[in-house]
Design a protein around this ligand. Sequence first.
Ligand SMILES: Cc1ncc(COP(=O)(O)O)c(C=O)c1O
Length: 371
Amino acid sequence: MKIEIFKMERMQSLWENVVDYNLSESGVHPLNLKELLSPEEIEELKEIRIGYTQTNGTPALREKIARLYSNLDPEQIMVTAGSSEANFLLLWSLLEPGDEIIFELPNYMQMWGLSRCFGARVKPLWLKPELNWQPDLEELKKLITRNTKLIILTNPNNPTGAILHQKVREEIINLAEKAGAWLLVDEVYRGAERNGQETPSFWGSYDRLLVVAGLSKAYGLPGLRLGWLVGPAELVRKVWTYHDYTTISISALTDHLATKVLEPLRRQKILGRTRNILNNNLPILEDWLQSFDGLFNYIPPQAGAILFTHYNLKVNSTELIEKILKEKSVLLVPGDHFELDQHLRLGYGSDQGYLKSALARLGEFLLQIKI
Ligand SMILES: Cc1ncc(COP(=O)(O)O)c(C=O)c1O
């Protein structure tokens, strides 16, 4: 079993804590405990026993997660160390060598690399800029066969920030149903919509559905490492046996904090903060992009603190970001990391002063560029 390099994560691991400006992040500026909890609640933390916790998530936490969906029994939830562990466990428990799967691109490439590692044959389903980053359903009809075991989507999408149209969703489910394929939807950006209308979960629309989510993006809490998966009870029980071999359980502190975060009022406040950051920061980034007179063209993101832009320069995206990194100590994600060259992903969820300074640095680079 050979694993290929997860290019974006490797680059971030190497550089994100070293550079002057990190615009490779896809979440909003993280919260701290003082912003999250009252002084009394912070006091309570001192008394928590840091033992093992219930390995599929405490009933209190799963109860809170269940309320985010309609008709979901807490037994159909497995709490994991980030949504990345949820994705890993699902693929590990579902895929066999030779399985055929369809994977939406551009996308967060964890499940692309893992599926290939597990021996699956991965067919890309491209989101098209000319369709406002929706897939071409005629292409999907050609890709899907009786042998398709699984279709993987990220909605809202990373890196484009696009949300699938209702009609597109319905047709994907139709086609999946005809083929008898599983549908796995990573919904970790749900709740980070700029217009404040939470994207409806795919949950409940199909019986072979698996949904993944977590607190890393819309909630600004990536360091909690809290994710979850939901699916049919039998499959979730099967996934539990795989979970016993990975992290066993999340930390007791994370379970406690996540249960607080998902209290309805607190959750609304946190998502409101995220929305404010997105709506205050995006105009700064757009003004900056537009000041380069046609160098960039992009479709504004609907969700997530990320903007994916095409650039009109005859230079490969990895070469470009490496030059920017070396000369200006600013980290961006190249389109190459999503199998789509001539593009860049810029994260705009940071503190405003930081974002403005980072863009000023990038601007210096672009004004003097000779490629
Ligand atoms: C679509 C998607 N899924 C999963 C992850 C991993 O997130 P987590 O911190 O929840 O493991 C990311 C991170 O960028 C992502 O973009």
